[in-house]
Design a protein around this ligand. Sequence first.
Ligand SMILES: [Zn+2]
Length: 201
Amino acid sequence: MSDNYITISPIKEVENPKELSLKILKWLQSNEIIENVLSDCIMTMEHKGYKPGNKHINAIGYDENILRLQVCGLEIKTEREVFNAGAFTPFTKLECPNCKKNRFEGITPQDFYTENCTQEQLNRFDTVFPEFGKWSNNQKASLTCPHCSITSNLTDYKTDNSIAFSNLGFTFWNWPDLKEEFLTALKSEIGTDIVRMNGHL
Ligand SMILES: [Zn+2]
């Protein structure tokens, strides 16, 4: 069985990710969206998460009895990373801040999945991942645009919000889609624009 997740991140880095995460944690717990104690309920066994609370149904549209699942908790991360990077493909938009062209322009799903891309096209894609790694390690990360040849900071590139360059992330493992009103309330607690990323492993 595959596991689905929804990750919510601020659209960029926040100043005090740990402090802010504790504030959100308290808010979620006081609304009984999650339990008060950590347990083994997320994808990794290295960390623990928070199981759905008595009123978690208030955050989701309908009851899927997620408590029956081993992996059903909330995972909170407070370190810099490219959130949802595992879902990054050449069909994720990465728009150059200088010429506004998509780095992956011209790469088709058919060519990519049948391994018919040119070396130049593959290079455009492969060169991104080391920069993701650098950025996550607090090093300078930049990309040179294949269209205008200008080098810009990685985080100045515009994406289509299927990834987020942030230092705070809330991943709900195997939760059904979150209610819009819950997301609006969460956004206002976080205090910045947020990105919702769906994916599966
Ligand atoms: Zn460019």
